[in-house]
Design a protein around this ligand. Sequence first.
Ligand code: NAD
Length: 463
Amino acid sequence: MPNRPSLHAVETGVCFVDVVHKLNDSFDTGKTQSLEWRKSQLKALETLLKDNQHDILQALKNDLGKCKTEAMVAEQGFLLSDIKHTLKHLDKWAKPRKVSTPMVAWPGKSFRKPEPLGTVLIIGAWNYPLQLLLAPYIAAIAAGNCAVLKPSELAEETSSLVAKLIPQYMDNSCVAVIEGGKDEATALLACKWDHIFYTGGEVVGKIVMSAAAKHLTPVTLELGGKSPCFVDKNTNLAVTARRLVWGKWMNAGQTCIAPDYVIVEKGFEQKLIDAVKKELKKQYGKAPLSSRDYGNIVNHRHLKRLESYLENVNVVYGGELDESRPAMAPTLVLEPSLDSPLMKEEIFGPILPIITVDNMEAGIKFVNSRPKPLALYAFSDKDDVLDNIISKTSSGSVCTNDTMLFMTNPELPFGGVGNSGMGSYHGQAGFDTFSHIKTVMKRSFALDVFFRYAPFSKFKLSL
Ligand code: NAD
């Protein structure tokens, strides 16, 4: 059973001691251990998502201008298929995993037995405010935990909808939603948890990790970074541009795994720019700021941040703003200075810088001189070019000849490496993240080999 939380009221006066105590008490009853309870909760969440589709899509539209199809695919639909996959495999995942036993321990049996951690804290980000909060929650339920969910305050409507719906559908003795921003998050982090699962930026990631360290609480950090995209000159340019546009400008570029910048060999840049422009017009029309399929920037502060990236760089396409939405048109920048904020910070918006290199090896060198990215993309007709990039770079995930699609495979763990995060989830990886894989060895009283025991002087060993 998990330790009781030792909680401090924080300077702000916000304190969640009662919430955590209540969830710990529920966990201690053992009800979440039962697979029936876990399945019933997963089904309840499925019903919540289905019953409230209209309100969910509306909240996402209001928060981020997300078009219906995008919201259905990347948020509601993603979660529904995650639940389906989890329900299908839960019995197998939760079973003790038998492993071999060395002769020295015969007769005996060895297992790796997943057990729930206890009460976990899940802090979500605003860009996919439903998916990033509830996908870890699905894994937490599957593994048999109680959970506190802290949605992002920047996606206000989604946050309040989740806070309204969760108590209506879920077992309230095992889950709580705490809305709020920094103060509430700080107060939550002061509590002792059995695991903290955080999605967001690196700066806050460090705050989360140091708060967790005070209680030796394990963390999963789903962070971000600059995800590069190599485009080799030997590529199917039309399909490359189409998939690049899809991955970069979905949610107006506010996707943690969106291609952040493109690397091409010198001389190929104009061909790519022309193909991307053509594709942008196809997907979002000549006036993307009026397109219903094109998303908003989350708020004016972020629009200003993005606008500032366009100072002193060569904008070759786009750059228009609509302060009222707020939104920024799809924008291409050619050869920005590698020391510019555009090339130093994660863009997290609709600007795509294109940098040129002498050859792909130089591109690999450049990527390896920067913090390890969350995702890395490479387009080429040639397998050896792709394999070379895969083997010489390190990133949370890598996807060739497409962008972001690896997210659709629940068999693939999703997470970062180095500065882009630690730990992973989706499918069984999520179940394991929210479980302790306990070592179990079952022995019998038979065959009690005498030479294990002292006094060892009884053996006349000649060395
Ligand atoms: P953020 O770090 O500003 O906020 C994320 C969460 O942290 C919110 O719930 C917020 O309330 C909370 N928070 C804010 N300040 C805090 C503080 N001082 N102490 C404790 N909690 C605090 O991140 P963001 O702007 O919401 O998200 C953008 C970043 O997240 C980008 O870097 C992006 O790449 C990354 N991201 C990563 C993933 C992923 O799955 N790896 C997904 C989405 C976003």
